[in-house]
Design a protein. Structure first.
Lengths: 375, 287
């Protein structure tokens, strides 16, 4: 309460020095018995209570170094109040600075790497911690638990790689990692994130270069993911990077877009082959069933035929003839040697060889040349 | 008057400022991530917090240090692992294939004094290492056919490049931690297109083979079925070939003359001329 009071007094006196302030101090000055108004300057030579050291200092400074306000040597407002303002401002800044740099809230997912004049001291766990202010102690909060995900390729597009059988694959994958050792992460590597990225790329290409395209696109994925994770961890450990690879996930492993059609055609061909086989199977079932049916039919009939061969045969013969002849035009020629005139339906008279109608299939022999020696 | 001058806040301020400047240029903080070479009148005199292997953080030379103000000059050198990239350079393999290589080297300045003398500073050493990395890569890849990169030998190759680079980089007081090839790809344009074309034709071959194989198997299935059917028929009909002949003839007549109710097969009209000697008509004459 002391400092603000002085501030106000200083402020007031500073304003009163120049002119009568807007609050008009004269009225209050006359009241001697009332409670001291903090907004007024106590009359000179009548100090209120014991003068403090600060009062003394201000007084001395005013008389000694002030040089008078009207001196004209200094353009800065140099009243004692002005100086107090500066001091208080600086004090507030210092307190704020100390407050900000010595109290550290380390979140549950964080670790605070603490240095003492630049030298590593300790790593703070979660909680509120008080240290010396900067630059004596510095605390760098590193988020260790948060699992970061890096996607490859970054922001879409093709990511072509060579496989072991010299084919090209378009691979998209992601790497999940977190910080396992905050001080290593902070002190060992200049740019940890780009290091993780470069390592991932290198490890993935190395592993892909040792597998076949078909493996990479299909059954080998899990192995590849594990290999890459292991490889990355190995490399990053050799850098003492303090990074832990949580996992590698292949999101997409496709042939390049330009040859995708040819690859799809293989799948289509597989379907086609299965379809052809299915059709053949259906046909086979049909043929066999039919054969079995017909054979069974014959068997049944034959059993009966064996019991009475002559009758059965006759009956079958007559029944068939009956059925057949009932539907046909019949001519019975009773007289031996008679030549019936047979009208063949649809047959046309022999065409004139000159009319050039080639469409009619003529089976009759061409008229024999008159002078030929055939006859 | 002298006392008064000393009391003058301006004087006090100036003195304080001067003291602050001297203090600030005497004491300095060396963090764990930096090493320092102290130059006295441009003559290197000592190093602070220089890298040593297997040194735990906290036991290093980092901390509050001092120097002679205005006389000692500090050269700051990063103590961490740094990287130098070698991006998209064309390299010829021993089988004359042009490759587009993307590689990087991770290195650490282990002798800051040597580094400052030979390269001047951190950016200088990166610039100096870049062409050296290129040389090491070209030398090594030029000795191997391209296919080596697609085998487990790739690891050995990278180790060789690292060893090659280390030989060249030692003069800069640098330790090469790792060299890795990120990409080693066929360059865009004709080689890439040719490879893609080869891939496409390989797949076409595969597709055609699969289709042909499917057709073959379908045919075999059909033939098997037909053989089985023939076997079934033979088994049944072999019981009495003569009766079969008769039986089948009857079936055939019915079908041929359209008496079996089959309306799908087109039938021509039929005219039959029978002789009275015909077996069917043998009762005609009342014999």
């Amino acid at each position: 309460m002391l400092l603000p009071l002085r501030l106000r007094q200083g402020l007031k006196s500073f304003m009163n020095d120049k002119s009568k302030g807007p609050w008009g101090a004269s009225d209050d000055d006359k009241k001697d018995d009332g409670p001291p108004n903090p907004w007024t300057v106590p009359p000179a030579g009548r100090p209120r209570g014991k003068p403090t050291a600060l009062d003394e200092w201000i007084k001395r400074a005013r008389s000694g170094g002030g040089g008078g306000n009207g001196g004209g040597h200094f353009t800065l407002p140099r009243g004692p109040g002005g100086r107090s303002l500066w001091l208080i401002g600086i004090a507030i800044l210092v307190i704020a600075w100390i407050g900000f740099t010595s109290i550290h809230a380390i979140g549950p997912q964080e670790r605070g790497v603490t240095t003492f004049f630049g030298r590593y001291v300790t790593t703070l766990g979660p909680g509120i911690h008080v240290t010396f202010p900067a630059p004596i102690n510095r605390v760098i909060a590193v988020d260790t638990q948060n699992i970061r995900t890096d996607d490859f390729p970054n922001g879409g597009g093709e990511n072509l790689m060579l496989t072991g059988d010299q084919n090209i694959i378009d691979l998209a994958y992601s790497v999940r990692w977190n910080v396992s050792n905050a001080q290593d992460y902070e002190f060992q590597i200049a740019d940890p994130r780009s290091t993780v990225r470069a390592t991932a790329e290198s490890a993935m290409r190395e592993v892909i270069a040792n597998v076949d395209l078909d493996d990479a696109m299909g059954p080998g994925r899990t192995t590849i993911e594990q290999d890459v994770q292991q490889r990355m961890q190995q490399i990053l450990d050799s850098y003492h990077s303090g990074v832990l690879i949580q996992g590698v996930a292949i999101k997409q492993a496709d042939p390049p877009a330009q040859v995708n059609d040819a690859f799809k055609d293989v799948t289509a061909a597989q379907q086609d082959a299965v379809a052809a086989k299915n059709k053949a199977q259906a046909f086979a079932q049909q043929v066999i069933a039919q054969a079995q049916g017909e054979a069974a039919q014959f068997d049944r009939l034959y059993q009966q035929y064996k019991l009475a061969p002559e009758v059965t045969k006759r009956r079958m013969y007559y029944e068939t003839m009956e059925a057949v002849l009932a539907r046909t035009n019949k001519v019975i020629v009773d007289v031996p040697g008679a030549r019936p005139y047979i009208q063949i339906p649809g047959a046309k008279p022999l065409p004139n060889p000159d009319d050039g109608n080639d469409n009619v299939q003529v089976t009759a022999p061409a008229p024999a040349p008159s002078n030929g020696g055939g006859q | 008057m002298n006392r008064a001058l000393l009391r003058n806040p301006v004087t006090i301020g100036i003195i304080a400022l001067a003291a602050l400047i001297v203090l600030a240029s005497t004491f300095f903080i060396v963090p764990e991530t930096q090493q320092v070479v102290v130059l006295r009148f441009e003559q290197p005199v000592r190093t602070i917090n220089a890298w040593k292997a297997h040194q735990a953080f906290g036991n290093t030379g980092a901390g509050l240090k001092w120097r002679i103000p205005f006389v000692d000059r500090l050269v700051w050198v990063d103590k961490r692992i740094l990287d130098v990239d070698y991006d998209n350079q064309q390299v010829l393999s021993s089988d004359q294939l042009r490759l587009e290589v993307d590689a990087y080297a991770r290195f650490r300045v282990v002798d800051p004094l040597k580094m400052v003398i030979t390269a001047g500073g951190e950016s200088g050493v990166t610039e100096a290492l870049r062409p050296l990395l290129g040389t090491a890569i070209r030398n090594e890849l030029g000795k191997h056919p391209f296919a080596t990169l697609l085998t487990p030998e790739r690891d050995q190759l990278m180790d060789n490049i690292q060893a090659g680079l280390q030989r060249l980089a030692s003069q800069y007081g640098v330790e090469v931690v790792d060299v890795r090839i990120k990409h080693a790809d066929l360059p865009d344009g004709s080689p890439l297109q040719k490879t893609l074309q080869r891939m496409a034709t390989a797949r076409q071959l595969q597709a055609t083979t699969i289709r042909a194989e499917g057709a073959k198997q379908a045919q075999i299935i059909r033939a098997d079925a037909q053989a089985q059917a023939a076997h079934i028929f033979a088994d049944a009909f072999n019981q009495d070939p003569k009766f079969y002949d008769f039986y089948r003839a009857m079936q055939s007549y019915q079908h041929t003359f359209g008496a079996d109710g089959d309306t799908q097969t087109p039938h021509g009209t039929t005219q039959v001329i029978l002789s009275p000697d015909n077996a069917y008509l043998k009762q005609f004459e009342g014999k």
